[in-house]
Design a binder for this molecule. Structure first.
Ligand code: FAD
Ligand code: PYC
Length: 416
């Protein structure tokens, strides 16, 4: 690793960073690779990193149609938690949380993982019962989660309004203390730099426009920069998965929806944790820059727009003010959206496909950022060995045919 002194940082700043070493190369695509990953988000870059690091597969490329992290990785609100209901999900998401805990050291890149706690508010008897069920199930799986009274919730998050006569009174909360946030684009950049150092070619502005098959096996991809041969292709294209998989003739059980978020003007630290309310329908945290980071559910219609409807913003902010009237005079700074790919059971697909050599990682809906290291780590195993990793084995494509669904609609928290 190259180290910079203060003098060298100042010299680079004054000379336009001309001699600054690039974090990753910008290579021309080769005519063939041992494996190609379509999609340069956190999951795709992480997959390439673990393929090279743990499976010795270094003649590989990540093909990204735009810029690294320009999809949902750089658009999400970075909430990390593993308080999902079913054993299969707890194993997958908690594998990710364990990797988050050491990721900055692993990549020698500060991902700013901050386990500040994720608190989910209960506003009615149904919420209380559902959260307590999750808490018990989580504990059986070794995942931390605990019940807080309204007073304990307020002690953990002082701006919270717990007046009994509030429109949506807080009846308690489920708290996962190991949950928290991380810096989203640092995750993409850290994995990119790590993968590049291991020999992976990361190629931006390289849209995949076709997938070539020879009978039932994949043989390569058509791109805006020419044809590339590859016996193994991993599709990690989030909201564009149906479009990409259609190129190989595979129909996916997915729908794509816009999901948006917004941030306020920056203020001093006032908000110590992450708070989510599924019933009032909003969530909030504070970034290290001081902005309140706010979001809610998806639009109710499918679309490939990276914006989201205005009425969702209005609804979200009304909801936030029900819980935190203290923020009523804050100004909102900016808003954006991403396209999320949603499966019928709200769990991801991390699997082989009916086409030999073609693998797919998708269906994370509104909640895949938290899974990034665990998803990438297990998906690399699947690609390298052409078999499922024990942790991702239940997340097949076939489950939508066999009926072995993993219904996490409640744990997804953000409506999708
Ligand atoms: P992406 O980062 O979207 O990467 C896919 C890449 O594929 C893109 O860069 C795209 O350009 C590229 N691509 C697509 N088609 C092609 C092609 N033909 N050729 C080449 N490249 C292609 N999750 C959480 O866990 N916590 C949260 O708090 C959270 N908040 C969210 C808030 C918002 C507003 C949004 C939109 C999402 C949120 N999510 C959250 C979900 C999370 O962002 C995603 O599940 C996750 O980032 C998906 O990562 P990815 O690497 O699979 O996808
Ligand atoms: O999955 O926790 C989540 C989440 C929060 C905001 C968007 N997704």
């Amino acid at each position: 690793m190259q180290r910079y002194s203060i003098v060298s940082i100042a010299r680079n700043a004054l000379t336009g960073h001309r001699n600054w070493q690039r974090a990753w190369r910008s290579p021309e695509p080769k005519p063939s690779y041992d494996a190609v990953i379509i999609g340069g988000g956190g999951h795709g870059l992480g997959t390439a990193y673990y393929l090279a690091k743990e499976h010795g597969l270094t003649n590989i490329a990540v093909l990204e149609k735009g810029w690294l992290g320009g999809g949902n990785t750089g658009r999400n609100t970075t909430i990390i938690r593993s308080n999902y209901l079913y054993d299969e999900s707890a194993a997958l998401y908690d594998h990710a949380v364990k990797l988050w805990e050491g990721l900055s050291q692993e990549l020698n890149y500060n991902t700013m993982y901050s386990p500040r706690g994720v608190m989910m508010l209960a506003h009615n008897v149904h919420d209380v019962q559902v959260f307590k069920r999750h808490i018990y199930a989580n504990r059986l799986n070794g995942v931390d989660n605990e019940w807080l009274t309204p007073e304990q919730a307020k002690a953990y998050c002082p701006p919270l309004d717990i007046r009994r006569d509030a429109r949506y009174p807080v009846m308690g909360a489920a708290l996962q203390r190991r949950g928290g946030t991380a810096r989203h684009d640092a995750v993409a950049w850290g994995y990119a730099r790590g993968a590049d150092a291991l020999g992976v070619d990361i190629i931006q502005n390289c849209e995949v426009t076709g997938i070539r098959r020879d009978g039932d096996k994949v043989i390569g991809v058509e791109t805006m920069r020419g044809y590339i041969q590859a016996p193994k292709v991993g599709v990690v294209a989030a909201g564009n998965t149906t479009v990409v998989m259609d190129m190989a003739g595979v129909r996916m059980p997915l729908e794509s929806y816009p999901l948006q978020a917004l941030v306020s003007e920056p203020v001093k630290p006032v908000f110590p944790c992450v708070v989510m309310s599924n019933t009032v329908h909003a969530y909030i945290s504070q970034s290290d820059k001081g902005e309140l980071v706010i979001g809610a559910g998806t639009d109710q219609f499918t679309s490939y727009s990276q914006r989201g409807g205005f009425h969702i913003i209005e609804h979200t902010l009304e909801a936030i003010l029900e819980l935190f009237p203290v923020f009523s005079r804050m100004r909102m700074l900016r808003q954006w959206g991403g396209i999320v790919d949603v499966t019928p059971d709200r769990s991801p697909i991390l699997a082989k496909t009916p086409v030999r050599g073609l693998y797919v990682n998708c269906g994370w809906g509104t909640g895949g950022f938290k899974a990034t290291p665990g998803s990438a780590h297990t998906f690399a195993h699947t690609i390298a060995r052409d078999e499922p990793h024990p942790i991702n084995a239940p997340f097949t494509l076939e489950r939508f045919r066999t009926g072995r669904l993993i219904d996490e609609a409640a744990a997804a928290a953000v409506a999708h």
